[in-house]
Design a protein around this ligand. Structure first.
Ligand SMILES: Nc1ncnc2c1ncn2[C@@H]1O[C@H](COP(=O)(O)OP(=O)(O)OP(=O)(O)O)[C@@H](O)[C@H]1O
Length: 324
């Protein structure tokens, strides 16, 4: 083998990334084209959100990146090396949480980690307990370390899975839908943890079907739909690419909606005392004046910052439908 993951080369070539795919494609045996010509570049040090509705090909992509399945065509490089060919050199530097952690319910959280650490031939047994204690501490499970894993909540199990991924220093963490099935509190805990991990410089690649989750924790994102990448880049730039929504607050929503439509505002929606629509390119002062002229009592008038969801809708012409 003799190949080592390339750290130096990456910074020497700014176009390179921790994960780089070129025309990566997977067609399953049944004929299903799950991933179609994917060009993905994950910059070092980013928290990279891999966003798409259920069935858009996220898990299939992650399984190719981890060398679990072969692409039908195209290439994937992780830490500068081709996958799946270099899986043995690459995977020790990658912590993964895919489809829920494999845990023994009858063992305590601590014993699960001790067992996983012992299964790693490169892990020094003399420092095992300290390593496990550090990992438990990082995910906030020290107090619950002696409890059997089957008594853990789903959120605690996810945190234990993350602790397992953190038993050794990692350059890349790959988390497939890490907050799936968690209650709001559990989701917050995992998001906080992801931010902390990223602040150490670890690149985090995180898939999600939740737009607001990506906006809250990610620096960069790629958006998938039906196996194809529709956009990627810094989150701030992606949402800036879409126009925000015009929001009018008024006790006269029906009149306001009518006037906005007359003023050429598209996609006008009235809900309670809020009437929203696509922000028009023309001077908003004119739109406001037209409302006032028509006798609409305007209590609030402004443009809400575009969200990633607006960007998605603008790019695909579809709603972000998560029904899978
Ligand atoms: N082993 C398989 N054999 C055949 N088709 C598959 C297989 N795994 C996934 N698919 C199909 O490939 C497409 C992409 O699925 P994938 O699981 O990668 O999407 P996803 O974005 O991760 O969605 P989810 O969040 O639901 O897992 C889907 O249409 C799915 O039905």
């Amino acid at each position: 083998m003799g190949e080592a993951p390339a750290r130096e080369q990456e910074s020497a070539h700014p176009g390179d990334g921790v994960v780089v795919t070129r025309a990566l494609t997977k067609r399953y045996r049944g004929g299903q084209l799950a991933v179609d010509g994917l060009h993905l570049t994950v910059p070092e040090g980013s928290v990279f959100g891999f966003l798409g509705p259920n069935g858009s090909g996220k898990t299939t992509t992650i399984r190719m990146l981890m060398g679990l399945i072969e692409p039908t065509s195209g290439t994937a490089r992780v830490l500068g090396l081709p996958m799946p060919r270099s899986a043995r050199a690459v995977l020790p530097h990658v912590g993964a949480l895919i489809e829920g952690p494999a845990l023994y319910g009858f063992l305590s959280g601590r014993d699960n980690l001790l067992r996983l650490d012992a299964a790693d031939p490169t892990a020094d047994p003399r420092t095992r307990r300290a390593r496990v204690a550090t990992a438990l501490d990082r995910v906030g499970l020290t107090a619950a370390a002696g409890k059997k894993a089957k008594a853990y909540s789903l959120g605690m199990k996810q945190r234990l899975g993350l602790a397992a991924a953190l038993l050794r220093p990692r350059r890349l963490l790959v988390l497939d839908e890490p907050t799936n099935g968690l209650d709001p509190q559990g989701m917050r805990e995992i998001r906080t943890l992801v931010r902390e991990l990223a602040s150490d410089g670890t690149t985090v690649f995180l898939s999600s079907h939740l737009l607001d989750e990506i906006e809250q924790v990610c620096t960069h994102a790629a958006v998938m739909t039906r196996g194809r990448l529709i956009t990627q880049g810094p989150v701030a730039e992606l949402s800036a690419g879409a126009r925000g929504r015009l929001v009018v607050t008024t006790p006269d929503p029906a009149d306001a909606a009518r006037v906005l439509k007359e003023q050429g505002v598209a996609d006008v929606v009235a809900a309670g005392d809020r009437v929203t629509g696509e922000a028009p390119e023309r001077d908003l002062a004119e739109v406001n004046a037209a409302l006032v002229r028509a006798g609409v009592r305007v209590r609030g008038f402004g443009v809400e910052r575009a969200s990633l969801e607006d960007a998605f809708v603008a790019l695909t012409g579809e709603g972000f439908d998560v029904a899978g």
